[in-house]
Structure formats: C-alpha cells, structure tokens
Write a protein that binds this ligand. Structure first.
Ligand SMILES: Nc1nc2c(c(=O)[nH]1)N=C([C@H](O)[C@H](O)COP(=O)(O)OP(=O)(O)OP(=O)(O)O)CN2
Length: 164
C-alpha cells in the first residue's frame, strides 16, 4: 500500500510586505539601505481533519499569516541582535549605527526584530515562530510541519521548516 501525505500552501498578493532593510555580511560589512516587496508563502503538513477532509483551512491560514505580514508592511526592519549594527530605540526615534555611518528613523516607522540580521532566512524564522504560536492559540492547531518561505525578489527566497 502506498503511503500518502497532504500539504497545503498559500501565497497571495496580500501576503506581500514592503519594507526597508539592510544587512551586515561577511561578518563586518554593511549594505546600503534599500527595500523589497517581500512575498510570504506558507505550507502546512499533517493528516486530514476528520470532519473537513482538509489539512487546515486555507482561509484561516491566510488570515493568521496576513496578521503578521501586515504588521511588517511599510516599515523599516531592524535587527536588534546584530553584532556590528547597533540599534538604539528611544520613545520617538531609533538610532542605528554601523562604524561611522548613522541613520535615524521615526520610532513608528520601524519594526525591531529580535534577530541577528534581516536576512530572508531570519525574517522567515521570525514569521514561522509568530505563526506557529498564532495557529496554536487562535486556531487550536499545531501542524506536523510548517514551512515559511520569504521571497525577497522574484527568483530569490529562503525557507525555514518547523516540525512538531
Ligand atoms: N541567503 C541570503 N543571501 C542574501 C540575502 C538574504 O537575505 N539571504 N540578502 C541579501 C541582500 O539583502 C540583498 O537585498 C539582495 O541582494 P541582491 O541579490 O544583490 O539583490 P538584487 O535584487 O539587486 O539582485 P539582482 O539579481 O542583482 O537584481 C544578499 N544576499
């Protein structure tokens, strides 16, 4: 008897989030500020739910993902744990420093992420963590496998996979 597995995947234009960012690379270098129309795709794997005959409702999956991507949309993404870029928030602004370069952003324009770098990989991991928790608390659902893909631009993306 063959075995079977099911997976559902959502990626939609409303799961696009437009953000400014810059990353450090090779340990000590720092990109110039630029932006992306990031696109998020989410997959969940698991057995079919007995009453519904689906792994998980597309509608709920889109809603819970969109709640997270909407928080990021139209913001400057800043990683607070970067070893070479310092991020200092005050009530009104965020001051960012890398060597002799300095930026200042209005506080409300920034999302401070507790990650090391705003790479597509770590943004995907951040979204996966938030979504895992949201599905558990709001939908009483823990997928066997959750994959979050963040596409920076068409043709380049990073995916993280979480397993229960
Ligand atoms: N594995 C990863 N590699 C890189 C990431 C990343 O998040 N994960 N990010 C960057 C940069 O932030 C940058 O935004 C991407 O650089 P680049 O590919 O040069 O961007 P373009 O869209 O201009 O690419 P073209 O193919 O030249 O149009 C770098 N690496």
């Amino acid at each position: 008897m063959p075995t079977e597995r099911f997976k559902v995947r959502v990626t939609k234009d409303h799961l696009v989030f437009c953000c400014g960012h810059f990353i450090s690379y090779r340990g000590h270098q720092c990109e110039r500020l630029h932006g992306h129309n990031y696109r998020c795709a989410v997959e969940v794997e698991g057995p079919l739910l007995p009453d519904d005959f689906y792994v998980f409702d597309f509608i709920a999956l889109k809603k819970r993902t969109k709640e997270i991507t909407d928080e990021l949309d139209h913001h400057m993404l800043l990683a607070t744990n970067n070893p070479v870029i310092s991020v200092a928030p005050t009530p009104k602004c965020v001051q960012v420093r890398y060597e002799d370069r300095e930026w200042q952003f209005p506080r409300g324009d920034c999302i401070l992420l507790p990650i090391e770098n705003t790479t597509a990989e770590l943004i995907a991991r951040y979204i996966a963590g938030r979504l895992w928790e949201s599905l558990r608390t709001n939908e009483n659902f823990t997928p066997e496998v959750l994959r979050v893909e963040v596409e920076e631009a068409p043709g380049q993306s990073a995916t993280v996979e979480w397993r229960a």
